[in-house]
Design a protein around this ligand. Structure first.
Ligand SMILES: Cc1cc2nc3c(=O)[nH]c(=O)nc-3n(C[C@H](O)[C@H](O)[C@H](O)COP(=O)(O)OP(=O)(O)OC[C@H]3O[C@@H](n4cnc5c(N)ncnc54)[C@H](O)[C@@H]3O)c2cc1C
Length: 417
C-alpha cells in the first residue's frame, strides 16, 4: 500500500479489551480513532472475568475432555459446562462444529496456531504500560492449580505436556497438598495435590480496560459510549458507519471488535464463523488472607484471582444467548464447588455478581484480519483468552491495517475461514 493510501480515520466498534487495544496501537501508527460502544467501556466480557494473563494456558477450547463435560451438562444444571436442554438450531450447529474440532489432532493444530500470538501477549501489555497506560500487571508468582487428589491432577499434567509439545513455553512444579498450603494458606485441608505454574501474570481487567480507554482519549481518540452501531456500508473508497439516532459517519476503515456480537455486523462482509456466547459468572468475596496470586480449581473449573483486597471467584461455561438474565443457580453452583476448597473465604458475603459472554468459535481460534471488504476488519472470538490476547491482537492487527501486510502470527486467524 502506498504511504498516502494508509487509512487515517478509523472507527472501532466495541470498547472491550480487544477494541480498545486495537484503537491504542492504531494511534501508535498515527491514526485518528473513534471507538463506538453501545453501552460503555468494559461493559461486555472485559469487566468481570478472572483477569489472568496466562499465555502458557491459552489453549483452544475444543479439546477431547470438554466433550465429556458436554454430555454431563445436559443432565445437570450445576455442572461447570451447561447446555440448555432446548438448544436452538444455531446452538446445535455450533456444538456440532465444536465437537468436530474436539479431537486430539485438531487441538494440536490449533494449539500450534496460538503459540506465536501467545508469545506476543505479555510484551504487548508491557508496550501499553510503557506507552502511558496507567495500570499495572502483577506477576503471578504463586499461581496454583489445586486438586483434591493426585489422580485428578493427571489431566492438567498431561495437558501441559501437550501444550509444551506444541511449542508453548510453560514452566511448572508439582506440589503436595501441604506444600501448596505453605505457598497459599487460602487452600483448605481438602487440597491434596497441586501444580505451581510459573511465568504468568494477572490484572484487574475492568481497571485495566478503563485505563486503556483513558490513554486512548488522552492521545486524541474519541470514545462514544451509548452509541450502538447498526450498520456498516462499504462505499468503495471509504466506509460509512451508522449509529442509533444518528446519520452515517464516514471513515477510511472500520474494525468490528464487538465481542460475542461480532457476527451481527461482520456477517455482511463474509464472516460466516459462528460466535457463540460461552457465558461465565463471577463475584467477589472477602478472605481472611488475600492470596498473593491466582488459584485455579481445574476439576471444578473455578478460577480465583486476588482483586481490590478481595477474591474474585469465576467459573461456568453456559451456552446460552448473551442477553439472558443472570441465573442465580450458576452462582450457587460456583459457591458450592469452591466452598470446600477455600479456607477463610466468606462465600456468603458476595459482591459484584456478574455474568458475561466469552466469544467462542467452533475451532477455538480467534477471528482477526480483513473481511471481504479491504476497509472492514474483524477482531474477536478469543473465547476464554481475550484479555490475555487482546493487546497482542490489537498490536498485530494495527500493523496489518496500516501497512497492508498481515503479520505471520495472524495467518491462522483469517476471519473468512
Ligand atoms: C467468567 C469469565 C472469566 C474469564 N477469564 C479470563 C481470563 O482470566 N483471562 C482471559 O484472557 N480471558 C478471560 N475471559 C475471556 C475474556 O473476558 C473475553 O475473551 C474478552 O473480554 C473479550 O473481549 P472483547 O473486547 O472481544 O469483547 P467484550 O469485552 O465483550 O467487548 C465487546 C464490546 O462491544 C460492544 N458492542 C457489541 N455490539 C455493539 C454494537 N453493535 N455497537 C457498539 N458496540 C457494540 C459491547 O457493548 C461490548 O462493550 C473470561 C471470560 C469470562 C466470562
Amino acid at each position: 500500500m502506498a504511504l498516502d493510501a494508509r487509512p487515517r480515520r478509523i472507527a472501532v466498534v466495541g470498547a472491550g479489551m480487544v477494541g480498545l487495544s486495537t484503537a491504542w496501537f492504531l494511534q501508535e501508527h498515527g491514526a485518528e480513532v473513534t471507538v463506538f460502544d453501545r453501552r460503555d467501556v468494559a461493559a461486555g466480557a472485559s469487566w468481570g472475568n478472572a483477569g489472568w494473563l496466562t499465555p502458557g494456558l491459552a489453549t483452544p477450547l475444543p479439546e477431547p475432555a470438554v466433550l465429556s463435560y458436554g454430555v454431563r451438562a445436559v443432565l445437570s444444571p450445576s455442572s461447570p459446562v451447561y447446555v440448555p436442554p432446548s438448544a436452538n438450531p444455531r446452538l446445535l450447529r455450533f456444538l456440532a462444529g465444536f465437537a468436530r474440532n474436539s479431537t486430539a489432532a485438531r487441538w494440536r493444530r490449533s494449539m500450534e496456531s496460538l503459540v506465536p500470538i501467545n508469545g506476543r501477549a505479555l510484551p504487548s501489555f508491557d508496550a501499553l504500560i510503557e506507552g502511558g497506560v496507567k495500570a499495572d500487571t502483577a506477576d503471578a508468582e504463586t499461581f496454583l492449580a489445586a486438586y483434591r487428589t493426585a489422580q485428578e491432577r493427571r489431566v492438567l499434567l498431561e495437558e501441559i505436556e501437550h501444550i509444551r509439545a506444541a511449542g508453548q513455553e510453560l514452566e511448572y512444579e508439582v506440589l503436595t497438598g501441604d506444600q501448596a498450603r505453605a505457598v497459599e494458606p487460602a487452600l483448605s485441608a481438602q487440597i491434596g495435590a497441586a501444580i505451581l505454574l510459573r511465568g504468568q501474570r494477572f490484572i484487574d481487567p475492568g481497571r485495566f480496560v478503563h485505563a486503556l480507554a483513558d490513554s486512548v482519549r488522552a492521545r486524541g481518540g474519541k470514545i462514544r459510549a451509548g452509541a450502538a452501531v447498526t450498520g456498516i456500508r462499504d462505499e468503495r473508497d471509504r466506509v460509512a458507519v451508522r449509529t442509533t439516532g444518528r446519520d452515517f459517519e464516514t471513515f477510511d476503515t472500520v474494525v468490528v471488535a464487538s465481542g460475542v456480537w461480532l457476527g451481527d455486523l461482520a456477517r455482511t462482509f463474509g464472516v460466516r464463523a459462528l460466535v457463540q456466547a460461552g457465558r461465565g459468572y463471577s463475584f467477589s468475596v472477602p478472605v481472611e488472607r488475600v492470596p498473593s496470586g491466582p488459584v485455579y480449581f481445574p476439576a471444578q473449573r473455578v478460577a480465583c484471582t486476588p482483586m481490590g483486597g478481595r477474591l474474585r471467584v469465576a467459573g461456568m461455561m453456559e451456552f446460552r444467548r448473551p442477553e439472558a438474565p443472570l441465573d442465580q443457580r450458576r452462582i450457587k453452583a460456583i459457591v458450592e464447588a469452591a466452598r470446600p476448597l477455600l479456607h477463610g473465604a466468606d462465600l456468603d458475603s458476595r459482591q459484584d455478581e456478574w455474568v458475561g459472554s466469552r466469544p467462542c468459535t467452533r475451532d477455538g481460534l480467534p477471528l482477526i484480519g480483513a473481511t471481504r471488504s479491504p476497509r472492514v476488519f474483524a477482531a474477536g472470538g478469543h473465547g476464554m483468552w481475550g484479555i490475555t490476547l487482546g493487546p497482542a491482537t490489537g498490536r498485530l492487527l494495527a500493523e496489518q491495517i496500516v501497512t497492508g501486510h498481515r503479520p505471520r502470527e495472524l495467518d491462522p486467524f483469517d476471519p473468512l475461514r
